[in-house]
Design a protein around this ligand. Sequence first.
Ligand SMILES: [Zn+2]
Length: 358
Amino acid sequence: MELSRGQRRCAYSGHVSNSICQYTIRNRSPWEEDGGPQTWNLDIVPELPDIVTYIGALEKRIVGRPLWRIRIVSPFLLRSVTPKPQELVGKHVTAVTRMGKRIVLEMEDELFIVIHLMIAGRLRWKESAVKLAGKAMLAAFDFENGSLVFTEAASNKRASLHLVRGNSGLAEHERGGLEVLDSDLAAFRGALMSENHTLKRSLTDPRLFSGIGNAYSDEILHGARMSPVKLTSRLSEEEVERLYDAVREVLTKWVQRLARETGDGFPEKVTAFWPGMAVHGRFGEPCPDCGSPVQRIIYAENEANYCAKCQTDGKLLADRSLSRLLKSDWPRTLEEMEVHRTVRRDDQKSEDSEKVKK
Ligand SMILES: [Zn+2]
């Protein structure tokens, strides 16, 4: 795309803007003409459509094939003790599935490889022999036709790998967020109404809903014609239904769209910015439905994009009462939520093992 006067392209997200790239507010934008980012820690979190796209690409490459070798470089990556990596070598991959945002490689003999990308974790596919060098490379799963490489481009390593035996072991990795694409309206209503929060926060809370982050929640709320700061307790039955339809429509549309974009290739880039998004990452640009400029709320390292005309009866969400509301009810970062949960689970585990010892 040709840049017009005053526009710049963020080297990380590819987002073109006159203002600061929304994902880099904290640290100033890593503009391309300044050489781009060296180490850049951004909250572009893989969301459900990204994970589904990875799974589709993996199915084509590794289902039915035996695992030749597992290489784990980072000592922090592997969070399980048994089975040992060696036990999985030689087993065939029978399926690639998803548990929330975790990617599961199902192997023969009820063995499972559970990959959690967290924020900066990514997967790559290399057809030729790959040497694991550089800090970002965490592990490789080698097959006869290529290697699945697990990377994490962040100094703060959060991504994780679990090797699991048996279906009951796998069930421990269930996080409880609702899979909206597999759920009916009643289940959706139940999850949504279980806590009273702003819609933006409820949709992005992985305890309530699986796989929806900052990008797709903006798109969903635009699709549903609802304000990001509307409280769940204020929703009418008709609005709950409209939101349910929008969640399914937006996620399905983007799953299909990303599958088309990827084709037979392997998804090389997870980005929160796709041309064709209605409002997310499009501050100041025209709403595709009504032409009004897309608005934003910036709060606590987060940004929500919305169209005032389509979603808030033309009201700009920027007054003091809003700030107060947001202070108490803005989606904490996904990072915070996930870490909190992991810590709690680990505490529980060590308590359990204490009990066993006694
Ligand atoms: Zn609009």
